[in-house]
Design a protein around this ligand. Structure first.
Ligand code: TEU
Ligand code: CA
Length: 567
């Protein structure tokens, strides 16, 4: 079995502060708002909160563009509010993880304001500047938010690199001074008492210094930068340095965001020897699968067939066993709502499929992450007007794809409904009062109109709610070591409706069975689980022997402990 660690036993809850709770009626969530809702999270039973960025920011990308790493965003409050929130959380036994966004800063950060002034400014090399090539951009890389990854700057007649928006210039990790600034800033937060870091696009911090053109596929406009940016030549060296200089001095939980990471790379980032990070977020299971057309990136409506999805998750489960540690998530602030994408958000199946998804995720090996509202089964917003969207990624791609004729506006609107990040960013639904109890004012983004039916107050009253089901899933992890540490093995691999797996330890074993389809499904409960105890189930089934017919989206977990005979 795996080595025991507190961060393996923890459940993390992600808060997107802008949309969680507004305390002063300006329509924007804030730190005092979070503080006022900590008791709700305590009741849910989570151990750790990951806060999406709360630093000073001009909000081109909702805080992922930081202009001062040592201050709080004006709209969110003050450092004093932060300290109060942290103290209150600690009093309740809840830890706080900060989002560390150091692949890039805001162009309004004083480092960049200095850097762009002249070629010999002391901060010049804090960023990545290159001369034009044949009168054009230094290479053909595209930005993750559309358009070129290079922006021309008149003052010095050079280009700077920005893998995201042009207001998010990439920091130059080749520069030891910049690295030390980052470590000092992290230490400053460590001393303030925070409990960990979620590291934004951390796999992108080391760029191939030759800056070669990327391959251009099909009718795409830009080259693929990923071989030269993701998991770059010095990334492990940098993380080891960060670990030595900062992380190893505290007892932190660390998770690196690692889109496109391979199993081999993940074993380095999250090595059990503790030299880099505790775990990474991999994203293979969030994509569209083999039928998705790569030319549209994430803007594709294909869903992955269940056998492919299972194969991916199973490969991560068994691949990291004993060598590294998994994170488990179905949604976050960049993804559609999990019940809308992986489950079924119809009136008939929303509740039952949300519970099934929770079961499937929480019974695997790894540290689970619950995204705000997931514990209520909150759904996609399905905005039908572009004006309702706020997200820079959605808006940029709408313009790029419809102007170039790649997609009709009608089709692109459908893609946004399925995939836009704003689906996850609508305000938390607290109760059935105006604006779902999120704010007394006008929210910065519209509230989902289903809040009268889907809200926390209602679910707290109902013992059978999704909230209480999640509460139980989280509690079970604390009661049964096997859920945290047991070895994973998939069953019925080719089954197109059912995801089933076992977890095994010395004396105990666990069986999880989930029907991912809206049809009945037949399953044979393995003989070795005959007479086992049911830990949790979403439809109240009592009998689990032999062949059973599962209802749509039904799920259950069986637990078996071997009798230890004394001699
Ligand atoms: O996301 C990184 C990332 O890979 C995104 O491009 C992601 O693929 C996209 O949002 C999915 O649609 C991180 C943050 O989570 C995201 O919110 C930020 O916008 C981004 O970095 C830049 O900081
Ligand atoms: Ca506010």
């Amino acid at each position: 079995m795996e080595e025991k660690k507190w961060w393996k036993e923890a459940v993390v809850y992600q808060i997107y502060p802008r949309s969680f709770m507004d305390s002063n009626g300006d329509g924007v969530g804030d730190l005092r708002g979070i503080k006022s809702r900590l008791s709700y999270l305590k009741l849910l039973g989570i151990d750790v909160i990951w806060l999406s960025p709360v630093y000073q920011s001009p909000n081109d990308d909702n805080g992922y563009d930081i202009s001062d790493y040592r201050d709080i965003m004006t709209e969110f409050g003050t450092l004093e509010d932060f300290d109060e929130m942290l103290a209150e959380a600690h009093k309740l036994g809840i830890k706080i993880v900060m989002d560390l966004v150091v692949n890039h800063s805001s162009d309004e950060h004083r480092w960049f304001v200095e850097s762009r002034k002249s070629k010999d400014n002391p901060y010049r090399d804090y960023y990545i500047w290159r001369e034009a090539k044949d009168g054009k951009e230094p290479n053909n890389w595209g930005s993750c938010f559309g358009g070129s990854a290079w922006e021309y700057d008149q003052t010095t007649d050079m280009y700077y690199l920005h893998m995201f928006s042009k207001k998010q210039p990439d920091l130059n990790w080749e520069n030891p001074k910049l690295r030390q600034e980052v470590y000092d800033m992290m230490t400053w937060w460590g001393e303030r008492g925070i409990d960990g870091f979620r590291m934004d696009v951390i796999t992108m911090i080391s760029k191939d210094q030759r800056f070669p053109d990327g391959v251009v596929r099909g009718n795409e406009k830009f080259g693929d930068s990923s071989p030269y940016v993701n998991n770059g030549p010095r990334v492990h060296e940098y993380l080891k340095e960060m670990n030595r200089k900062v992380l190893s001095h505290y007892d932190l939980i660390t998770v690196g965001e690692a889109a496109g990471v391979t199993l081999e790379e993940a074993k380095k980032y999250a090595n059990a020897d503790g030299s880099e990070l505790n775990m990474v977020f991999q994203f293979e299971h969030t994509g569209g699968g083999p039928e998705a057309d790569n030319h549209y990136g994430k803007w594709d409506s294909h869903k992955m067939p269940l056998p492919v999805w299972k194969k991916i998750l199973s490969r991560w489960q068994t691949g990291l066993e004993g060598k590294a540690w998994n994170s488990l998530f179905l949604s976050n602030h960049d993804q559609p709502r999990s019940v809308s994408w992986f489950g079924n958000d119809s009136e008939q199946y929303r509740e039952i499929s949300a519970k099934m998804l929770g079961t499937c995720l929480h019974m695997m090996q790894g540290t689970p992450y619950v995204y705000q509202g997931e514990e209520l089964g909150m759904t996609n917003i399905y905005f039908d007007k572009l004006e309702d969207y706020r997200d820079i990624e959605s808006i940029n791609y709408f313009e790029e794809f419809t102007e170039s004729g790649l997609m009709t506006p009608e089709h692109m609107m459908k893609c946004l409904m399925l995939r836009s990040r704003d689906n996850a960013r609508t305000p938390m639904q607290w109760d059935d009062s105006k604006q779902a109890g999120f704010t007394d004012g006008e929210p910065w983004i519209k509230v989902n109109q289903n809040y009268k039916k889907i809200n926390a107050a209602q679910q707290l009253e109902d013992p059978d709610s999704i909230f209480h089901y999640y509460q139980k899933l989280i509690r079970l992890r604390k009661e049964k070591d096997i859920i945290v540490y047991g070895e994973f093995e998939p069953l019925y691999r080719e089954d197109e409706q059912i995801f089933a797996y076992t977890r095994k330890g010395d004396q105990e074993k666990l069986l999880t069975v989930c029907n991912f389809s809206d049809k009945n499904a037949e399953v044979e409960v393995p003989e070795e689980f005959k007479g086992a105890e049911c830990l949790i189930t979403n439809l109240g089934r009592k009998e689990f022997d032999g062949k059973i017919i599962l209802n749509p989206y039904e799920a259950f977990v069986l637990y078996y402990k071997h009798q230890v005979t004394e001699k």
